[in-house]
Design a protein around this ligand. Sequence first.
Ligand code: ADP
Ligand code: DP6
Ligand code: CO
Length: 327
Amino acid sequence: MTTATARAYPNIALVKYWGKQDEDLILPVAGSLSLTLDAFPTTTTVALDAATGTDTDIDTFSLNGAVASADATGRVTRFLDRVRELAGSETRATVTSTNEAPTGAGLASSASGFAALATAAAAAYGLDLDRRDLSRLARRGSGSASRSLVDGLAVWHAGDDAHSYAEAVAGPDMRMVIVTVDTAQKAVSSRAAMRRTALTSPFFPAWISSTEESLAAMLEACAADDFTRVGRITESHALRMHAVIQSCDPPIRYLAPTSVAVFDAVAALREQGLEAYSTADAGPNVAVIVRPEQAEDLRDALAGFGSVRLVGAGDGARLIDAGATAA
Ligand code: ADP
Ligand code: DP6
Ligand code: CO
C-alpha cells in the first residue's frame, strides 16, 4: 500500500502526562489516563513519493491547507524516520492533514495528529502493527498520541519502550463539555514547557509522586464506577499540573482569567447540584466532565464563557481509506 488515510480524535487527560524520563523514546515519568473524544478529529493522508511519481529527499507536510512550519515538518520527518526504520524503506512521503480542533491550543492536536499519522503511515509503508504497537509508535510523535489509539478511557503506562503503550480501561459513563475560550496557538509548546518544568521547577519531584498517587486512585475510582471520585481526582490533579507549570523558571501560565472563571463557575454549579468537574491541558481551554443526564444543563450553564461543545467518548484512530496499491 502506498497511500493511506486515517482519522483520529483528540483525548483530554484526567490524570496528566507532564514530564519525560526519556526525551528520545518519549517515555513518561508517570502513567496517565484520558478520555478519547468523539469530536474534533484529525484526518491525515500519507502518500509515498513512489506512488505520486516524485522522487525527492524530503518529506512534505501540509497542515490545515497550508505548507506547515519548518518545526512542524521536522517533527513529522523525525516521526517518519522511525516508520522508515521499521519498514526498511528510504522513500519520502507527502503528508496532508486537517485538524478540526485548534492547533496548539491545549485541545490535544498533537495527540489526534500523531495518532492519525501513525495509523496512516504504518499502512502506507506496509507495516503490520497491532493496536498496542501503533500506540507505542504514535507515542514517538507525541506522548499523548499513544492514548488516541484507544476507544474511550485509556491508561498510558510508564515503563520501558516495550511496555509504554495505552490500553482501554472501564469506568463511569460520562460526557465532557469543552469550553473554548481562546483558539490561538500557545506561546510555549507542551514539549518545551514540559522540559522547562523538569529542569527548573523545585516542585517537580513532588509532582511525579503525586501523579503516581493520582493515577492509582483514579484507576480504583474507575474500577468502582465512581463518577464523584473520578471527578474530584480530575480537578485537583489538573490544578496541581498548572501549579507545577507556573513554578518554572521563567514561569509559564496556560490558564487565562476566563479559564479560572470556568473552574469557579463549575464549583458553584456543584453546590447547586449540577455535579461536574473541570480540567485543562496545556492551554486556556477548559474541559468539564459531567454525568450524561446532566450534560445538556452543564453545556447551557457554561455557554457564556466561550464556545461550548458537548462531546462523548469516541473511537481510537482508524484507517478510513487504504488507498491504491502501486502497480
Ligand atoms: P496541543 O495542545 O494542540 O497538543 P502541542 O504543543 O502539544 O499542542 O502540539 C502542537 C504541535 O503538534 C504543532 O505545532 C505541530 O508540530 C504538531 N501537530 C499538530 N497537529 C498535527 C497534525 N495534524 N499532524 C502532525 N503534527 C501535528
Ligand atoms: C497537558 O503529548 O503534547 O496535554 O509528548 O512533547 O508531544 P509531547 O507532549 P504532549 O503533552 C500533553 C500534555 C498535556 C497532558 C496530557 O495530555 O496528558
Ligand atoms: Co499536545
